[in-house]
Design a protein around this ligand. Structure first.
Ligand SMILES: Cc1ncc(COP(=O)(O)O)c(C=O)c1O
Length: 399
């Protein structure tokens, strides 16, 4: 049987990670991998996570399965974190949530739900979008199309082109939106733009599928959820895929959820029965550990305050690095405006150099980023910023 299988080449990001590890130069800089890093270049366990984990494990008496939809306490806490405590969808009973193995699991569950409702549905994703959106959403057979989003000239959103494209979509077209910290560009929608979009979605009858993977790492915990909160309040149906990987630092614990907002409580309940069926066909029950930790943190006032402080510190570090990167680049590359890096949000930005220059940065200067020039801002730190800015200047001028 298996001799027929075609061997696939490794994921480019894995190749990049291996090349970085093998590089013996002490000046090497890793801007490739998409995880948060602190000033020491580590991705530590949050203090709130450590404490919650110890408290939770001390009390745990069994390892029997959690329910098919996951831990109800976690699901409710996450609904309130994303939508806000007294959101009209919560008081109206219009939300149902299924715990998922990470944001990826939530995206896949959402795609499967859409396919169950309409196998011919088309999902529209931004140009560009996170590379994994493509296999996660199309893997179940849904067709994917693109809408314009990023404007390389300004480093912001080409909002008029986006609006014009969405305006042409048929009713019930699915549109994937990034709530904040757009991956890979860092270019986010403003509150005014979210408001314009919600009117368009209402008028055209479009279904928003919102991916929120960086809540708290952009502008603030509430601010980064502005889109899902507005869309949930204004529209009859919204899907929200939530990841706790970055803002709780729980990457390997595979912690996330899919929120389904529906027109009525009964319709939301129906969608949940379908999601439970879908989960059964994929993995049956979600993993418990990460969700139990998040539940413990959000339910405990002290741990929640500690977590909020730690998220604020991560956010401040990213924003500080963005400012300092622009300052350093202004000094080393005065001919080029990198000011967009400071206006963008979250961990990622496109540096805006071509693939030859990316290779040059890697081979000559030991600065690693993906071929599209996406950089993880959190991979920078005070000691390597100046080196990074000088390397960029040399790659740009060919010196
Ligand atoms: C835009 C986006 N969505 C979703 C995810 C989901 O991540 P996970 O499955 O690790 O929770 C990520 C992680 O990098 C992401 O960048």
């Amino acid at each position: 049987m298996f001799e027929r299988l075609e061997r696939l080449s490794p994921d480019p990001i894995l190749g990049l990670m291996a090349a970085f590890r093998a590089d013996a130069d002490p000046r090497k800089v890793d801007l490739g991998v998409g995880v948060y890093r602190n000033d020491q270049g580590d991705t530590p366990i949050l203090r709130a996570v450590r404490q919650a984990e110890q408290a939770m494990l001390g009390r745990q008496t069994t390892k029997v399965y959690v329910a098919p939809a996951g831990n109800p306490g976690f699901n409710q806490a996450l609904e309130r974190l994303v939508l806000g405590d007294d959101h009209s969808t919560l008081t109206g009973g219009r939300v149902r949530t299924i715990q998922a193995p990470g944001g990826c699991g939530a995206l896949r569950l959402g795609a499967e739900l859409i396919r169950a409702a309409d196998p011919a549905a088309v999902v529209h994703v931004s140009t560009p979008t996170w590379a994994n959106h493509v296999p996660l959403l199309s893997g179940c057979g849904l067709k994917l199309e693109r809408y314009p989003y990023f404007d390389p000239a300004t480093g912001g959103v080409n909002f008029s082109a986006m609006l014009a494209a969405l305006e042409r979509l048929p009713a019930r077209a699915v549109v994937l939106l990034h709530a904040s910290c757009h991956n890979p560009t860092g270019a986010d929608l403003s509150e005014a733009q979210w408001r314009e979009l919600v009117a368009l979605f209402k008028r055209r009858g479009l279904l928003p599928f919102i991916d929120i993977a960086y809540q708290g790492l952009g502008t603030g915990v509430a601010e980064d959820a502005f889109g899902p909160r507005l869309f949930g309040a204004e529209l009859p149906e919204v899907l929200v895929a939530v990841s706790c990987s970055k803002n709780f630092g729980l990457y390997r614990e595979r912690t996330g959820a899919l929120l389904v907002i529906n027109e009525t409580p009964a319709a939301a309940e129906t969608a949940l029965t379908q999601l439970v069926r879908i989960a059964r066909t994929l993995y049956s029950m979600p993993p418990d550990h990460g969700a139990a930790i998040v539940h413990e943190i959000l339910a405990n006032e002290d741990l929640r305050a500690m977590w909020a402080e730690e998220v604020a510190a991560m956010r401040a570090r990213i924003q500080g690095l963005r400012r300092e990167a622009v300052e350093q680049l202004k000094r080393t590359c005065p001919q080029r405006d990198f000011g967009f890096i400071e206006r963008q949000r979250g961990m990622f930005s496109y540096l805006g150099v071509d693939v030859e220059q990316v290779r040059e940065l890697r081979t000559r200067h030991h600065v690693y980023m993906t071929d599209d020039s996406r950089i993880n801002i959190a991979g920078l730190h005070r000691e390597n910023l100046e080196y990074f800015a000088k390397a960029v200047a040399m790659a740009l001028t060919g010196t």
